[in-house]
Each structure stands twice: as structure tokens, then as C-alpha cells.
Design a protein around this ligand. Structure first.
Ligand SMILES: [Zn+2]
Ligand SMILES: [Zn+2]
Length: 188
């Protein structure tokens, strides 16, 4: 298991539209073998779980390390994880989170928590964020080398750039003739 990938999946889980079973299957589009195990209870359990998970992203975005660590530890205690060594690739033994008898919700919750816990231990507790685009409430995992990510997606990044460009143009248009307002004030 690639823990970073599971941390990223946990952000996708918070961002997904989880209205019903088919929406959950859509969220699991790249894991079609799970679709037939999805039941209504998984949707409800995951909706409840991500309401608990969003504050972890918000605390990390605020730089509140203690709250991130405390919240993740609380969630790990509430949702015990069953790690197992998997040999589906015999040349590359690795950890999976839960055994086959776990529900889809338990599996995704376990993966999310192990992914986030590993991320926090390996890269620090301030690597989670909420999108800076004012109309977007998505969360993200910041794996950039200098920890500079501000938006959930390229789409939000370019929307914010366009908005900033328009704001600059508007400021230029509204400047009085004969120079910047600051220069005019200084001349008085
Ligand atoms: Zn595997
Ligand atoms: Zn966004």
C-alpha cells in the first residue's frame, strides 16, 4: 500500500458527492472490484466519517499540529484498523489496511486514517489544506516540495488567477489620471 496515495484518496473522499450507492461506486471508479460489495450502510457510514475528517484538514490548514494529531488519534481509536501483509505481488510484500471481510466503508476509513497518520509522521502535520478559491470548499494533500499548494485543483488555481487579474485591471481603470493614488496623496 502506498500510504501517500491513501492520504490523497481521503481528500477525494471528503470532496466526493456521496449521495447514494451509485455515487460511491463513481468515487471508486478505479476499483470496480469493490462495487458489488457496496451497500447503503456504507454511504451513511462514509458521510458520517468525512464530517469528522474535514476538521482535520482545516486544523492542518491552520497549522494546528496538536489538533491534527489529537483528532487523528481519536479517529484511529474510534475506527480500529486491521493492517495485513499482502502477497498479491510476491516480489513486493506490502501492507494492506483491512481484510476481505471488512465492509467497503471500513476499508475506505481504514485506508484514509492509515494514509493520513503516515503522512503526518513522514511529512509533518501541516500538509493538509482547504482550497483558497473562495467559492470552493474542497480539501487537498500538499505533497509539493516547498509545501506551497493553495488550491485543490488546476481549475481552482486558474479561476483564482483570472479573478486576481481582473481585480488588478479594475484597480488600474479606477486610478485617477496622472498617476497612482499614493503618489497624488504624497504630492499634496
Ligand atoms: Zn497491494
Ligand atoms: Zn478548489
Amino acid at each position: 500500500m502506498d500510504f501517500l496515495r491513501y492520504a490523497e484518496r481521503s481528500a477525494a473522499l471528503v470532496n466526493a458527492e456521496l449521495t447514494d450507492r451509485s455515487a460511491l461506486c463513481e468515487h471508486l471508479a478505479d476499483r470496480s472490484w469493490l462495487h458489488r460489495s457496496v451497500v447503503d450502510g456504507d454511504v451513511a457510514a462514509l458521510q458520517a466519517f468525512r464530517a469528522e475528517l474535514r476538521p482535520v484538514f482545516e486544523a492542518s490548514d491552520d497549522g494546528d499540529v496538536r489538533l491534527v494529531v489529537g483528532s487523528l488519534n481519536d479517529l484511529l481509536a474510534q475506527h480500529p484498523v486491521t493492517p495485513m501483509i499482502s502477497d498479491h505481488d510476491p516480489d513486493h510484500l506490502h501492507m494492506h489496511v483491512a481484510n476481505r471481510s471488512a465492509s467497503v466503508a471500513e476499508l475506505l476509513i481504514g485506508e484514509a486514517l492509515m494514509g493520513l497518520a503516515t503522512l503526518v509522521c513522514d511529512l509533518g502535520a501541516t500538509r493538509l489544506g482547504t482550497c483558497s478559491e473562495p467559492r470552493c470548499d474542497h480539501v487537498f494533500v500538499d505533497t509539493s516540495p516547498n509545501q506551497s499548494r493553495r488550491y485543490c485543483s488546476d481549475r481552482c488555481s486558474s479561476r483564482a488567477n483570472v479573478a486576481a487579474f481582473r481585480a488588478r485591471q479594475k484597480a488600474v481603470r479606477e486610478q485617477p489620471e496622472g498617476g497612482a493614488p499614493a503618489a497624488a496623496a504624497a504630492a499634496q
